[in-house]
Design a protein around this ligand. Structure first.
Ligand code: GCO
Ligand code: MG
Length: 401
């Protein structure tokens, strides 16, 4: 069996997605997500120009060899564009291997380690009362873990707080600009968690995403201030490339730390994991080199008592979510999976078999990943330029978003 075709499909059913579909001489197909939010066309061009020609004629069964060929063969290593492109190929090949075997991919990864994949939802609110009712609505739908993002007085727009039914920060063609103030944020957030904890009791798992905006000492102060509210994790407290920052934060607080949504290889987190500077690694299939490479990261993490908490925002397509769920089900050190439901038009373009029930996602039992792309429908949603926003401090200095 050979690969006879590979198509890169760019579409925008509610938001932009890039998808790779590989076809074999036996008439099987496999899909891989290649979406890199705000930089979609760079990955599409990388695949079209540099990867697809290498795939034609290859044996789709050779997943590891293809991964090594694309990684080592490029000479230039790592980087989000390259690793997202490799991830798309890798994911599509696992999908095909599952279809050949007649098994869901999690069976090829060693089988079930748990009965379902525990997920967290995103609660937010313009006021604390709105936030409390948002948390309550997740609890009423069976969620046992909720990420809490609060509006901050005197900051007009803030990451993670929105009234839209489907959260989408990359909405304008060119980046919008928001204003950020760390002092206002640090002064307000502990009181928010005090209210949430008091209202929902000690066992609801609470999380918070600082979205790379703090310095290590600011993050240490926040972690300490939040200790009474026993967070499951504080996410991305400092910019992800600043690894020594985690050591400093760790010296000051027992609030667990999670990082990794912008990581694209094991080399981004090898030190963080080996030194046990983090508690959860949040890399995911699409941005970290596919199932093959992410499994390697998660196995390293397992050796060091670091659990997983894969990124699962709406800019990762249902193809990535399907792949993530198969891996989540199989690995020994699974922690939590982020879950934000997609827009209805996204779900229609990507028919999938995973389902949510009582706080858990369950992957499809179909052979392969159990997800596809409806290409005719996708063609009705052409690409629209969309960028993520930027942040400036109150004096105009550019800051992490
Ligand atoms: C999260 C993330 C996202 C990112 C988005 C960028 O924890 O879900 O921080 O909301 O901002 O995926 O494309
Ligand atoms: Mg995040």
């Amino acid at each position: 069996m050979n690969i006879v075709a590979a198509r890169v499909i760019v579409c925008s059913p509610g938001r932009n997605f890039v998808t790779l579909k590989i076809e074999t001489s036996d008439g099987l197909t496999g899909v891989g997500d290649a979406t890199l939010n705000g930089r979609e066309l760079a990955v599409a061009a990388y695949l079209d120009e540099h990867v697809v020609p290498l795939l034609i004629g290859r044996d789709p069964a050779r997943i590891e060899d293809t991964w090594q060929y694309l990684y080592k063969g490029a000479y230039w290593r790592r980087g989000p564009v390259t690793m997202t492109a490799i991830a798309a190929v890798d994911t599509a090949l696992w999908d095909i291997k599952g279809k050949v075997a007649g098994l869901p991919v999690y069976q090829l990864l060693g089988g079930r380690s748990r009965s379902g994949v525990s997920v967290y939802g995103h609660a937010n609110g313009a006021t604390i009362d709105e936030l409390l009712s948002s948390v309550a609505s997740f609890v009423s739908r069976g969620y046992t873990a909720v990420r809490v993002q609060a509006a901050i007085p005197d900051i007009s727009e803030i990451y993670g707080v929105s009234t839209a039914t489907v959260y989408e920060p990359a909405s304008a063609a060119l980046p919008t600009e928001a204003v950020w103030s760390t002092p206002h944020y640090l002064a307000h957030l502990p009181a928010v968690f005090e209210r949430v904890r008091a209202e929902f009791g000690p066992t609801l798992r609470l999380l918070h995403d600082a979205h790379h905006r703090l310095t290590p000492i600011e993050a240490a102060r926040l972690g300490k201030a939040l200790e009474p509210y026993a967070l499951t994790w504080l996410e991305d407290p400092v910019p992800a490339e600043l690894q020594d920052g985690y050591r400093l934060i760790r010296q000051h607080t027992t609030t667990p730390l999670a990082v990794g949504e912008v990581f694209n290889s094991i080399w981004d987190c090898e030190r963080l994991i080996r030194s046990q500077l983090i508690d959860y690694v949040r890399a995911t299939v699409v941005h970290a080199g596919g199932i093959t490479h992410l499994r390697r990261i998660f196995d390293l993490a397992a050796l060091h008592q670091v659990r997983t908490g894969s990124h699962g925002a709406t800019d990762l397509s249902p193809v990535c979510m399907s792949a993530a769920l198969h891996l989540d089900l199989a690995i020994p050190n699974f922690g939590l999976q982020e879950y934000m439901p997609h827009a209805p038009e996204t779900d229609e373009v990507f028919p999938h078999g995973y389902r949510y029930a009582d706080g858990y996602l369950h992957p499809s039992e179909e052979p392969g990943l159990g997800v596809d792309i409806d290409e005719a429908l996708a063609a009705k949603y052409p690409y629209r330029p969309a960028s993520l926003p930027v942040n400036r401090l109150t004096d105009g200095t550019l800051h992490d978003w």
